[in-house]
Design a protein around this ligand. Structure first.
Ligand code: GSY
Length: 168
C-alpha cells in the first residue's frame, strides 16, 4: 500500500460542497482510502490574485494505485465536478494536487512530486502539517516549514471536518 498527500482547493460556487464531493469521490474509489483530513482553511488566492478566496484542505490517502493512475483519478474527479481549465492559476471549481507519494521523487512530463511549489505555499503547508506534523522533503529530508501563515484563516475545525467527510 502507498501513502499520498493531496491538497484540495475550491473558489467557485459552493466551495464546501465541492471539497466534500471531492473527498467523497476519493474515498469511494475502490483503490483509494482517505485516512486523514485536515481542517478547512479560507485562503487568499496565490498566483493569479484577482479571484475569490479559496477553501483549502489536505488529505492523506492509502492507495494501491501508482502515482500516475492516482493523478488520472484526481483529474477525473476534477472533471466530474465541472472543472474547466481555462486561466492558468485562475478560478476553479475544484483542484486536486498530489503533494507527496511515499518518499518518491517523480519528474515526469505530467507529474512532479513533491509538488514543485508546495514549499512556498502556506495554503498547502498549513493543512498538510496539521495532519503530518513531522513530514519532510523526501529527497533532502528537511522538514517542511510554513513560510508565514498570512492569508490562511481557519474556516472549519478538523473535528467537524472529520465528522462531515469521514463520518468519525
Ligand atoms: O494550486 C491550487 C490552486 N490554487 C490555489 C489554491 O488552492 N488556494 C489559494 N489560496 N491560491 C491558489 N492559487 C492556485 S493556482
Amino acid at each position: 500500500m502507498n501513502t499520498a498527500y493531496i491538497s484540495i482547493g475550491s473558489n467557485i460556487g459552493d466551495r464546501l460542497e465541492h471539497l466534500t464531493e471531492a473527498v467523497r469521490a476519493l474515498h469511494t474509489h475502490e483503490r483509494i482510502e482517505v485516512a486523514k483530513v485536515s481542517s478547512i482553511y479560507e485562503t487568499a488566492p496565490v498566483g493569479y490574485t484577482d479571484q475569490e478566496d479559496f477553501l483549502n484542505l489536505a488529505v492523506s490517502v492509502e492507495t494501491s494505485l501508482d502515482p500516475y493512475t492516482l493523478l488520472a483519478a484526481c483529474q477525473q474527479i476534477e472533471n466530474g465536478l465541472g472543472r474547466v481549465r481555462d486561466i492558468r492559476w485562475g478560478p476553479r471549481t475544484v483542484d486536486l494536487d498530489i503533494l507527496l507519494y511515499n518518499n518518491d521523487n517523480i519528474e515526469a512530463e505530467n507529474l512532479i512530486v513533491p509538488h514543485p511549489r508546495m514549499g512556498e505555499r502556506a495554503f498547502v503547508l498549513v493543512p498538510l502539517l496539521e495532519i503530518a506534523p513531522a513530514i519532510g522533503h523526501p529527497v533532502t529530508g528537511i522538514p517542511f516549514e510554513v513560510p508565514g501563515d498570512e492569508g490562511v484563516l481557519l474556516w472549519k475545525k478538523i473535528e467537524e471536518v472529520e465528522q462531515l467527510l469521514l463520518g468519525i
